[in-house]
Design a protein around this ligand. Structure first.
Ligand code: IFM
Length: 456
């Protein structure tokens, strides 16, 4: 079946947006250039043993120097939107709020370049790269960081607001709290539950203050947040309780305060002594009305009760199922869970319209005779876009889909070992090659948008 034949079978609303997504630390490089200072990810990746093979984002995809040709590449994929993140420490390299002109010029070039190519710019303020000077001053546990974030957000709305299509405050705050402060996998690499709870809460306050600041600056700029909600399933009927606790902790601690102005009752009961003292008072600041939210989905989560009865709430353990299809990073492929997750979230919470802000697969196919034949990624994307179409046909308001990722990049603790791109990157030459999946996606976007084919 040709790309056009298979993609034509996907029925989506006419105004549905297709895009590709990236994040600053994963692609920009130029880590010490033009005034940028370190973020916690520079510090972490330069700490031996934290990232596979000692990889860092120092050079990454060198996007900082190649922004114009990378935007041409995005345009060739026929997408209508580009989702990227700002590097906070490139724009505000030091405490005190002085903007870095070179950083500003870079993002002006990026955003203007999107508009010149008819790409809607979808911006993210925080994709995990907290300036090191803010971490050293208390990080997300300190209210001062939340206030600095609100000032940064206000600056973005003031300066770029009339050129941006949407802005989200945080990308996957689960990762920048639980994965980073409880599981120790991401920067700053801690394993501390009270700190984790205080970071979750601190990021929520920062989100609320930033939304208020951006609304005051530019009231018609669509604002949201991106959450990597887990599609949680019990591994057997006797573990239903574990699945409920897991959902409450890993999803509820985010969805309930952000959308309903409360924390999940059972979680609060279990964790009360560890919660920040002011957590009830801050809830009205946190629960700001949003214009949309973003869902990042990759794989389902199967859970059971923790092995030891002494484990702290939620006292659950994840289980890897046998005999399932997995991507090269080991994540189970199961597209119907995306449809079910959307339906469950809209049933449980009062949510505004949604974009799928990330979805994609790590497959490490290499360049062979000038091409990359990554059929499994193409199949993954097709199944998941169909799962989105199924949710829409059942009444869920999904406005768009962003493939993760535009190109292979720095995959956090996995370094450069896992390739998520529609475009292959040869890190020794920085040569970009559109993979089979990228050509398929370009065909899909072209037929969806009714564009005439671009010349090669
Ligand atoms: O690479 C990440 C991205 O930064 C956030 N969402 C998940 C992707 C794949 O792990």
């Amino acid at each position: 079946m040709t790309a056009n034949e298979s993609s034509n079978q996907i029925q989506l609303p006419d105004n549905f947006v297709f895009g590709v997504a990236t994040a600053a630390y994963q692609i920009e490089g130029a880590a010490s250039e033009d005034g940028r200072t370190a973020s916690i990810w520079d510090t972490f990746s330069h700490t031996p043993g934290k990232v596979l093979n000692g990889d860092t984002g120092d050079v990454a995809c060198d996007h900082y120097h190649r922004v114009s040709s990378d935007l041409d590449l995005i345009q060739q994929l026929n997408v209508g939107a580009y989702r990227f993140s700002f590097s906070w420490s490139r724009l505000f390299p030091t405490a005190g709020g002085q903007v870095n002109q070179a950083g500003l010029d870079f993002y002006d070039r990026l955003i203007d370049g999107c508009l010149e190519r008819n790409l809607q710019p979808f911006a993210t303020l925080y994709h995990w790269d907290l300036p090191q000077y803010l971490y050293d001053n208390g990080g997300w546990e300190s209210k001062e960081t939340a206030l600095a974030f609100a000032n940064y957000a206000k600056f973005i709305a003031d300066h770029f607001g009339d050129r941006l299509h949407t802005v989200v405050t945080f990308n996957e705050p689960w990762c920048s709290s639980i994965l980073s402060y409880l599981f120790g996998v991401h920067a700053p690499g801690l394993k501390d539950l009270p700190k984790t709870l205080s970071v979750i809460h601190g990021q929520h306050i920062a989100h609320g203050l930033a939304i208020q600041a951006m609304r005051a600056s530019k009231s018609d700029l669509p604002l949201g947040i991106v959450l990597n909600a887990q599609a949680v399933y019990p591994i057997g009927a006797q573990t239903n309780g574990a699945a409920v606790r897991h959902h409450d902790f890993h999803n509820g601690l985010f969805f309930e305060p952000l959308f309903h102005g409360r924390y999940p009752e059972q979680a609060v009961k279990a964790l009360a002594p560890l919660l920040p003292k002011t957590f009830m008072d801050d809830l009205p600041t946190i629960a700001q009305p949003l214009d949309f939210w973003g869902l990042n989905y990759y794989t389902p989560t199967w859970v059971t009760d923790a092995a030891s009865a002494d484990e702290l709430y939620p006292a659950t353990a994840e289980v890897q199922r046998d005999d399932v299809t997995r991507t090269d990073i080991g994540w189970e492929v199961k597209a119907d869970c995306l449809t079910e997750l959307l339906k469950r979230l809209y049933a449980d919470y009062s949510l505004p319209p949604c974009y799928i802000t990330e979805n994609g697969a790590a497959y490490n196919h290499e360049l062979v005779e000038g091409g990359v034949d990554d059929l499994p990624r193409q199949e993954y994307l097709e199944q998941h876009i169909k799962a989105v179409a199924a949710a829409i046909s059942e009444g869920i308001d999904v406005k768009g889909y962003f493939a993760w990722s535009l190109m292979d990049n720095f995959e956090w603790a996995e370094g450069y070992s896992q390739r998520f791109g529609l475009v292959h990157v040869d890190y020794s030459t920085q040569q970009r090659t559109v993979k089979r999946s990228g050509h398929w996606y370009a065909d899909l976007c072209q037929s969806h948008r009714g564009l005439s084919p671009l010349s090669p």
